[in-house]
Design a binder for this molecule. Structure first.
Ligand code: COA
Length: 104
């Protein structure tokens, strides 16, 4: 399920959720560099969490590069924990999970 955030006449942020029960997957999330650190990442993530809840998901999962500090901080701040560390084509990757209650 794609979502876009528009600003200044263009797309400045986007996310893609793959909704499923019991685990939805956040396939992608990105904010234009000029629009970062303004809360759009949190807003897109919160929106994905609500969409996953509506899809009757119990969990939301995502995978992030180990070296991607900003994204990892965003996910930790929004309640995601490390579920698995693995290597993918030589890249260190981390699978993160968040349990979805009715509310955070
Ligand atoms: C990760 C990303 C989506 C964050 O978007 P954003 O709109 O800047 O995020 P927010 O403004 O909502 O930031 C929320 C929190 O995340 C953390 N964070 C985000 N960017 C950070 C940075 N560069 N350095 C440190 N912490 C950061 C902070 O805790 C921040 O809260 P604060 O601003 O109050 O300190 C954005 O950096 C991005 O698009 N990166 C490139 C694409 C990408 O890596 N996507 C994830 C793939 S798994």
């Amino acid at each position: 399920m794609p979502r876009v955030v528009r600003g200044g006449g263009t797309v400045v942020g986007a996310s893609v959720l793959l909704p499923a029960a019991p685990i939805s997957s956040l396939a992608s999330i990105a904010v234009h560099p000029a629009w970062r650190r303004r809360g759009l990442g949190v807003a897109l993530l919160d929106d994905a969490i609500e969409l996953a809840r509506h899809a009757s998901s119990r969990w939301l999962s995502l995978t992030v590069d180990r070296d991607h500090g900003p994204a990892r901080r965003l996910y930790r701040r929004q309640g995601f924990g490390t579920a698995l560390r693995r290597s993918e084509n030589g890249l260190a990757r981390i699978e993160m999970l968040r349990r979805l209650g009715r509310r955070a």
